[in-house]
Structure formats: C-alpha cells, structure tokens
Design a protein. Structure first.
Length: 344
C-alpha cells in the first residue's frame, strides 16, 4: 500500500494531499463502513477530508493530521486483513493511541492474527475471555493492562468511564481461564451514593446484590451467564461486600476491590493485608466521588499517599481524556474539574 503524492499538473489532488492504495476492495468496503461512517468518524476526529476513488483513499489536510490519518487507516486495514473487526471503538482506540502505534507499514499481520498480540506494536496486551477479546483504547489503559499482568498489586485511579473496573475484571477472568488463579473475588464497600435507601428486603444476598450489580454486569460480558451462575455456585467466583473480607487470606485468587474511595482507612488496610500466596489484587476508585460521611478519611486517598513509592505496586492514573463511554461523559468530567466552587 504505497503512499504517493499526486502531481498537481496531472489533474489530481494537490501536492500536499496523500493517496493510500488498498488492494482488497472487499476489505476497503469494511474499512469505510456502512455509508462511510468509519471514514466520517476519522474525518471528524482528525480534521481532515477523505475521498474514495476506486481502491484508493485520498486524504486532504495539513501534514501532521494527514500522517495521523494514514497511520490510522493502515492499522485498521491490517486489522481487517488479519480477520479482525473494525468498529467505532477500534477506530477511537487507533486515533487515541496515535504516537504509540507503529509507523505506516510496521504493523505485523501475523501479530494481529495472534489473539494474544495487541494491535499497537506487537506487545502482548489483549485480554482474552470466554466471550470476547478486550483491548486497551488509550495510552493510560495500555499502561494499566500492562500493570495488571506484571504486578501483584495494582491501583487504578480516575474518573468514571475510563475502564478501570471493566479491565480489572477482564484481567481476572483471563487469569482464571489460563489457570493462573483458582478463583475470582470481587468486592465493593456497601456505601450508598448520596442516598439513604433504608432497609432492603430479603436475605443477605438480596440486600447486598444492588451494590454488586456493576460487577455482575462485567462478569456477564466475559463469561456466558449460565457459566457465571455455575461458577458462583462452585465458589470459583465470589462477589461480596468489603466488610466480608475480614479475617480471610485470599490465596491463588484474582481479587478486585471496586469503588475503593468509599473504603475507610482501616478497611483499606484490612483489605490490602488479605493478599495471599499466588494472589493478584486490583483496587479501583475515583477520589472525586467519595460518599463517606463528612470527616471520614478515604482509605484510597491514604493508600495512594502511603504506598506510591513501594516497589512492586503498580499505579495508573486516568483522566477525562481516557473516558471510553459516550463522548459527553468526558465533557461532563472536564466541566466539573474546571468549575468554580459554588458560593452559597
């Protein structure tokens, strides 16, 4: 797929425009997407214009943005050649990863064909589960996934929508499938988000399940629902409030503590000291959304201060730039970050 600059005297595009050639017309159709929606997404994000001419794509724009578009289109086409899919999420990831992705022509299709190799540089970065393969979509997510597989204790800190919990549960599922751990333990503090729900009906499971639902949702993305239920019955998956962790030693387990900003200092110390032989532990949270009573110190804030220089503990900080939910979520987070305090 050589890139050529068209000669302006030949009646083609201006000299500053680039032409990409794609030999497989069928894959080019998939690259462009239905009604060219993939092309439109790239145009809007990079501020360039792309025109299709047969099996060529002409890219119009300033050189830096044009080079970014070339890189994105080449990597996405190589992904299609390897039998992978291209969706809005993959396009967003290719654009976000920008400088972390290889230069045009450097993507190894054999690496892409291997489901253990991620699409930006050949490093093992994908997370394989029973239902899907999960890929990091931002540089911070890439660092986070690397930490998840390299460190026994990992902290993922940042705003909602950045994939902290989702990637942590995916990594736990992958480790279980590969036999690296014997069970998955997911926990959260049972703290209400600014509301008082009163007494909940039912047995203990009925009372705590509303707090645990986001963890069930993530698990059902990675295992068939019937398998999740069977694994829970066999105690291969445990989902429990943080208070239930006291007195336990969590050996040979992938353990995820979600919404850790709502753990007190004592609860956090208790949880961290549960880590046992062969275990992996991930703590996720957003220190801007603490629901503890006024005057109670967040254990997550304290743990970051105390442990940030301890060798072997991985810290990843996310920002609004790493939000992979609806684009409006990132705008909302930025607005709150920059808003002046309300003067009553």
């Amino acid at each position: 797929m050589p890139i050529d600059n068209l000669d302006p005297t030949g009646g083609g595009a201006a000299q500053s425009d680039s032409i990409l050639e794609f030999p497989d017309n069928r894959l080019l159709i998939d690259l462009c997407g239905e009604l060219d929606r993939n092309i439109v997404q790239i145009e809007e994000r990079l501020g360039i214009a792309i025109h299709r001419r047969g099996n060529h794509l002409a890219i119009h724009g300033d050189e830096p943005e044009r080079q970014d578009a070339e890189r994105v289109l080449r990597n996405l086409y190589a992904r299609l050649e390897a039998g992978r899919t291209v969706s809005s999420g993959e396009i967003d990831a290719a654009i976000r990863m920008g400088s972390d992705s290889p230069a045009p022509g450097e993507v190894d299709r054999k690496q892409l064909a291997d489901p253990q190799m991620e699409m930006f540089g050949g490093e093992k970065m994908e997370i394989r589960t029973r239902r899907k393969i999960v890929e990091p979509r931002t540089s911070a997510q890439k660092q986070y996934v690397r930490n998840l597989f390299r460190n026994e204790l990992v902290f993922g800190l940042g705003p909602a929508g950045t994939g902290k919990t989702y990637l942590a549960v995916a990594a736990a599922a992958s480790m279980f499938i590969e036999g690296r751990v014997d069970r998955i333990i997911l926990s959260r503090p049972a703290v209400e988000a600014g509301e008082r729900l009163g007494f909940l009906p039912g047995d203990m499971k009925d009372k705590v399940d509303p707090y645990m639902q986001p963890l069930y949702d993530a698990l059902n993305d990675f295992f068939p629902p019937k398998q999740v239920q069977k694994m829970i019955e066999d105690r291969e998956i445990e989902i429990a409030p943080l208070a239930f962790m006291r007195g336990r030693t969590l050996s040979n387990a992938a353990v995820v503590l979600d919404e850790a900003q709502n753990a007190t200092t004592m609860q956090m110390k208790m949880f961290l000291t549960r880590l046992g032989e062969g275990g992996r532990m991930v703590i996720t949270g957003d220190t801007t959304q603490i629901d503890l009573p006024r005057g109670v110190m967040s254990g997550l804030v304290e743990a970051e201060r105390v442990l940030r220089d301890v060798k072997g503990i991985g810290f990843t900080r996310f920002s609004a730039e790493d939000v992979v939910r609806h684009p409006m979520v990132a705008k909302i987070i930025r607005a709150y970050e920059t808003a002046r305090p309300y003067d009553s």
